[in-house]
Ligand binder design. Structure first.
Ligand code: MG
Length: 234
C-alpha cells in the first residue's frame, strides 16, 4: 500500500514536553510542602488534573488551574496571594521556555518531507501548541498542521475526510498508544509507536487494549526513515 501521508505527534515525539511537567511538579510539591508532603501533594494534583482535562482540555493553562485548585484544597481555602503568584510563575515559565527538539527530530522530518507530504497532529491548547510549533522551527517541513482538542478515532477520521486522504495510506508516528496509535489502527491506518520514558500516566493505554503486532515499534526517531523506506516498497 502506497504511503500517502506520514503524520507526527509533536509533544514527546518531536520535542520534550513531559520533562517540563516533571520539573514543574517538583517545584509545586516543594511549594505546597508546608501543607502536605510532596508525594501526596502530587497525587492529589494528578487526580485533579485528570478530572479537569474533560473540562479545560489539555495544556499548561489547564494544568495551572489544577495547581490552584489543589492549593486551595490543601490549604483549606487559605491560599495566599504570594503562593498564588508562585503557582502562576511556574505556569508562565513552562509556557515561555524554549522548545527542546529530540535528537534526530529535525534531520528525520527534513529527510522524510522530501519524499512524502507530512502532517503534524498535536492535541492541546491552540495558542500554546501553535507557539511551540513556531518555536520548533519544524513548521516548514509540514504540509498539514492540525491542532486538536483530543485524538480519538473520530477526530482522525474527520481530518482524513477533510483532506480526501485514504486511511490505508496514512501512517501516524507518536509516543502515546492511547492517542497516536490505537485510534489510528481503529480507522484502518498504520502506526509507529516510539515510547517515551516519561509518558504521562493518563496517556498510558490499558495493557489489554494493545493490539498485538498491529503497529510498528521503534526505540528512537532516527530509525524511522529506514522503516518508512521499507514500508514504501511493500
Ligand atoms: Mg505525545
Amino acid at each position: 500500500m502506497k504511503l500517502e501521508v506520514v503524520a507526527f505527534d509533536a509533544d514527546d515525539t518531536l520535542w520534550h514536553n513531559e520533562t517540563l511537567y516533571l520539573d514543574a511538579k517538583g517545584r509545586y510539591g516543594e511549594l505546597l510542602s508546608p501543607y502536605q508532603e510532596p508525594g501526596k501533594v502530587l497525587q492529589i494534583l494528578d487526580e485533579n488534573e485528570y478530572q479537569n482535562v474533560s473540562i479545560y482540555g489539555y495544556g499548561t493553562k489547564s494544568f495551572v488551574l489544577s495547581m490552584i485548585e489543589t492549593a486551595i484544597e490543601l490549604s483549606g481555602g487559605d491560599i495566599t496571594g504570594h503562593l498564588m503568584r508562585e503557582i502562576l510563575a511556574i505556569g508562565r515559565q513552562m509556557l515561555s521556555g524554549e522548545v527542546q527538539l529530540f535528537e534526530y527530530a529535525e534531520q528525520v522530518v527534513a529527510e522524510l518531507s522530501a519524499g512524502h507530504p507530512l502532517m503534524l497532529i498535536t492535541k492541546g491548547d491552540a495558542i500554546e501548541q501553535g507557539r511551540k510549533i513556531e518555536k520548533s522551527g519544524l513548521a516548514r517541513y509540514f504540509h498539514y498542521i492540525e491542532i486538536v482538542a483530543d485524538k480519538t478515532a473520530e477526530v482522525y477520521r474527520t481530518i482524513l475526510r477533510r483532506y480526501g486522504l485514504d486511511a490505508a495510506g496514512f501512517l501516524m508516528v507518536g509516543n502515546s498508544l492511547r492517542s497516536d496509535i490505537l485510534p489510528v489502527l481503529e480507522i484502518g491506518g498504520q502506526a509507529v509507536y516510539i515510547p517515551y520514558e516519561h509518558t504521562w500516566i493518563h496517556e498510558l493505554a490499558v495493557e489489554s487494549e494493545i493490539a498485538k503486532n498491529g503497529y510498528y515499534e521503534l526505540e528512537h526517531l532516527g530509525q524511522l526513515p529506514a522503516l518508512i523506506e521499507k514500508l514504501s516498497r511493500m
